[in-house]
Design a protein around this ligand. Structure first.
Ligand code: HEM
Length: 446
C-alpha cells in the first residue's frame, strides 16, 4: 500500500464535543439527532468519534460510509454485540441480533414466513382489525393520532401475529403493550442492569411478561396450522428441513412484534402529518383509494401509487430507525479511516436522507421526487435506506408497506383531516423517534 493510501486515524474528538461525563452526547442526540449528525458530518466528515454512554462510538455518515458498513464486505461488523448492548437482554436472539452463519440459517427459515403468498394472507387478516379500530375513533379538532395509531397497530398485530386476541382480555393486551414499550425504551437507559424503576428494570419485567404470554399459547400454535405469524413460525421449514425450536419461536416473536409495531406506527403518523399539511396530496391519495374497495388485496394495495410516494417521502423525512448499531469485530477501514477492532459503530442512515448533495430542497415534503421522472433516490444506492441494507435489511419491509397502506387506505375513505402547516412534531428520541404531543390533527368523518 502506498503511503498516501494508508488509512487515517479517527480524528481526536474536540473538547466541546465530549458532552457530559458518562452520558457523553446522549442529551444532544435525544434533543435533535438530525442536527447532531449534521454537526458531526460538517466537523469531522463521514467517519467521526462520538462520545456516548461512557464510550467513544464511531459515527458513520453519508451514503458511501453507510454502504461500506451495511454491505460489510470484509465481515468486520457484527450486529449481536452492538444491538445487544443497547437492547440485548430484551430482544435476546431476535433475528437482527444474530450474526454470520447462525443469522443466515435463521433468516432462511424466517423468509418462509414472508413470501408473497403469506403476505397476501396477512393482508386479508388485517382488514377486520383496521375496520374495527378506525370505527372506534372519535373525530375531534384536537385528535391525538399517535396513541390512536399505536393502539390500532397493536390490535392489527394481535390478529396477524397471534391469530386474533379472541382469548385475550383487553387488560392482558394492555399489559403486553406496556411490556413492549418498556422493552423498546430500554435502548436509552443509563443504568444498564435489572434495577427497579429504571428503564432497564422495566424492560426486564416486560420481557418476562412477553415470554409468559407467548409460552402460554405456544402448544396450541404448534398443534394447529393457522394463517397468523405465530402459527407460521411454528411450522415453517426450509427445503433441507431446518425449523425453529420453541425457544426460537418465542425469541423471534418478541423481536418481530417489536420490529413491526413502533416502526409502522411512526411511519403512519408521519404520513398523517404530511397528508394533513398537504391537502392536495390527501385528495390525490383519496381519489386512488376511492377507486378500490374497502378491503383491497395485496396486489390492489400496490396500485396506490400516490400513497406509495407519500410513504417513501415520509420515511425519508423521518426514518423510524435513524441510526443502526454495529460492532467492529476486527480492524477495518471505512472511507480511508481506520476503525479499530472493538469499536462501537453508529450508522446514521437518516443523515443521507437529508443531504443537499443527494436531494433537491431536502427538508421539503415533495413525494414526486420518488416518481418515475425524477427518481432522486437513485442518486446513490444508499441515499434512501430506511430499511437498512445488506444481509440484515428489514425482512418485513413489504409487510410494513402493506399494513401502513391498508390503514391509510381505509382512513382516506372514511375521514378527512388537516394539520397546521407550521406544525413541527416535538420528537422523543430516547428510543425510536415519536411525537411527544401525541400529534394533534383536526379529524372529521367524511
Ligand atoms: C416502516 C416500518 C419498518 C422500518 C422503517 C424498519 C426498519 C428496519 C431496519 C432499519 C432494519 C435493519 C436493522 C439493522 O441493519 O441493524 C430492520 C430489520 C428488521 N426488521 Fe424492520 N422495519 C420496519 C417494519 C418491520 C416489520 C413490519 C417487520 C416484521 C413484520 C420487521 C422485521 C424486521 C426484522 C426481523 C429485522 C431483522 C432482519 C435481519 O437482521 O436479518 N420490520 N428493520
Amino acid at each position: 500500500m502506498a503511503t498516501d493510501q494508508l488509512p487515517r486515524d479517527l480524528p481526536a474528538v474536540r473538547p466541546t464535543d465530549r458532552g457530559l461525563p458518562v452520558l457523553g452526547r446522549v442529551t444532544a442526540y435525544a434533543k435533535d439527532p438530525v442536527a447532531l449528525m449534521r454537526h458531526q458530518w460538517e466537523t469531522y466528515g463521514p467517519v467521526s468519534p462520538f462520545p456516548f454512554l461512557g464510550q467513544t462510538f464511531v459515527m458513520l455518515l453519508g451514503p458511501d460510509a453507510c454502504e461500506e458498513a451495511l454491505r460489510n464486505a470484509d465481515k468486520a461488523f457484527a450486529n449481536g454485540p452492538a444491538w445487544g448492548r443497547l437492547v440485548g437482554p430484551f430482544f435476546h436472539r431476535g433475528l437482527m441480533l444474530l450474526d454470520a452463519e447462525e443469522h443466515h440459517t435463521h433468516r432462511r427459515i424466517m423468509q418462509e414466513a414472508f413470501t408473497r403468498d403469506r403476505l397476501t394472507g396477512y393482508v386479508t387478516m388485517m382488514h377486520p382489525a383496521i375496520e374495527r379500530g378506525l370505527a372506534s375513533w372519535r373525530p375531534d379538532t384536537d385528535f391525538r393520532c399517535y396513541p390512536a395509531l399505536k393502539q390500532l397497530t397493536l390490535d392489527v398485530a394481535a390478529d396477524i401475529f397471534m391469530g386474533g386476541a379472541a382469548h385475550t382480555s383487553r387488560a392482558e393486551m394492555e399489559e403486553v403493550n406496556a411490556a413492549f414499550i418498556a422493552c423498546v425504551q430500554a435502548a436509552a437507559g443509563v443504568v444498564r442492569a435489572d434495577v427497579p424503576l429504571t428503564r432497564w428494570g422495566r424492560a426486564y419485567r416486560g420481557r418476562r411478561v412477553l415470554e409468559r404470554f407467548l409460552r402460554q399459547y405456544l402448544p396450541a400454535k404448534r398443534a394447529e396450522r393457522t394463517d397468523d405469524l405465530f402459527s407460521v413460525l411454528c411450522h415453517v421449514e426450509t427445503e433441507d428441513g431446518s425449523r425453529f425450536s420453541d425457544e426460537d419461536v418465542v425469541n423471534h416473536m418478541i423481536f418481530l412484534m417489536m420490529a413491526a409495531h413502533d416502526t409502522s406506527t411512526i411511519t403512519t403518523s408521519t404520513m398523517l402529518q404530511h397528508l394533513g399539511q398537504h391537502p392536495e396530496w390527501q385528495e390525490r391519495c383519496r381519489a386512488e383509494s376511492q377507486a378500490l374497495g374497502d378491503a383491497p388485496t395485496l396486489a390492489e394495495l400496490e396500485q396506490l401509487t400516490s400513497l406509495d410516494l407519500v410513504m417513501k417521502e415520509s420515511l425519508r423525512l423521518r426514518a423510524p430507525v435513524p441510526m443502526l448499531a454495529r460492532h467492529a469485530v476486527k480492524d477495518t477501514v471505512v472511507q480511508g479511516v481506520r476503525v479499530p477492532a472493538g469499536s462501537h459503530v453508529a450508522v446514521g442512515v437518516q443523515h443521507s436522507h437529508l443531504m443537499p448533495e443527494l436531494w433537491t430542497d431536502p427538508t421539503r415534503f415533495d413525494p414526486d421526487r420518488f416518481g418515475p421522472e425524477r427518481r432522486e433516490d437513485k442518486s446513490h444506492r444508499y441515499a434512501w435506506s430506511p430499511f437498512g441494507g445488506g444481509v440484515h435489511k428489514c425482512i418485513g419491509l413489504h409487510f410494513a408497506g402493506a399494513e401502513v397502506k391498508a390503514i391509510l387506505h381505509r382512513l382516506l375513505r372514511t375521514h378527512r383531516w388537516s394539520v397546521d402547516p407550521s406544525y413541527v412534531a416535538p420528537l422523543d428520541n430516547h428510543s425510536l423517534p415519536f411525537p411527544k404531543d401525541g400529534q394533534p390533527i383536526d379529524l372529521a368523518r367524511l
